[in-house]
Ligand binder design. Structure first.
Ligand SMILES: Nc1nc2c(ncn2[C@@H]2O[C@H](COP(=O)(O)OP(=O)(O)OP(=O)(O)O)[C@@H](O)[C@H]2O)c(=O)[nH]1
Ligand SMILES: [Mg+2]
Length: 221
């Protein structure tokens, strides 16, 4: 499923409640980021049209609720993901969200894999984002060395720092992840952009989460 005949990639955005996942997407779409916390119910999906190396790409970005009551839905929403983004809160209050990363990586790796015809199994790329950098002026619970060491242990493809509130680092992180994803799947022969019949890649279907507070938004950036 894609908006036109472009390559379609499913991204999942996961992390503890209130780390700023919904705010990150709003910031990326140049929408207002409210200071009021309003939990996500189930998941929301935002469709983003962009280009990589001049080729059109559609990103289906799934914002997955972090409250523990929704964790049982993770397998449904993770299904068919091409890229996972794990977000944690780097403000002094965010320790628990950082400590949860191993568990989240474990459940993502269990539920997702690169879809290939040749039966070779491979993990999908995972990125991490430290959000709320505007709140670390007076220090926080983790050093850059500890972050680097954890990212190495988790085997993530990249790490970014953002402030959704101040719209800092947001678009840059997103653009880098999209470019990485496109090259990752292209290198594996899973994007055939020269052949209209095989241009589709995605496993994402908006009906997967149909009854769970799902809103499809079709927006350009
Ligand atoms: N200071 C600051 N606050 C932020 C930032 N990003 C989000 N917030 C605030 O953090 C709270 C939670 O943000 P949400 O984006 O709703 O968090 P979420 O991860 O989507 O939460 P769930 O939907 O429950 O999983 C809100 O009050 C936001 O205003 C940021 O970069 N800096
Ligand atoms: Mg949310």
């Amino acid at each position: 499923m894609s908006m036109d005949n472009s390559v379609a990639l499913k991204f999942i955005l996961v992390g503890r409640w209130a780390v700023g996942k919904t705010s990150f997407i709003r910031s990326m779409m140049h929408q207002e980021v409210s200071d009021q916390y309003k939990l996500t119910v189930g998941a929301d999906m935002t469709a983003v049209s962009t280009t990589v190396d001049g080729e059109p790409v559609s990103i289906y970005l799934w914002d997955i609720a972090g409250q523990s009551r929704f964790v049982g839905l993770y397998p449904t929403f993770f299904k068919g993901a091409h890229i996972a983004i794990l977000m944690y809160d780097i403000s002094p209050e965010g320790r628990e969200s950082f400590d949860q990363l191993e568990e989240l990586v474990g459940s993502i790796r269990q539920q997702t894999w690169v879809q290939r015809d040749d039966e070779v199994e491979e993990d999908i790329p995972i990125f991490c984002i430290a959000n709320k950098t505007d709140l670390v002026k007076n220090g926080t619970y983790v050093t850059d060395e500890e972050i680097s060491s954890k990212m190495r242990d988790l085997g993530v493809a990249g790490h970014f720092k953002t402030s959704a509130r101040l719209n800092k680092g947001v678009s840059d992180a997103f653009d880098q992840m999209v470019a990485y994803a496109w090259h990752f799947y292209k290198d594996r022969g899973l994007i055939h952009s020269d052949d209209d019949d095989h241009i589709e890649l995605t496993q994402a279907r908006s009906s997967d989460g149909g009854c769970m507070g799902l809103f499809g938004r079709l927006l350009g950036r």
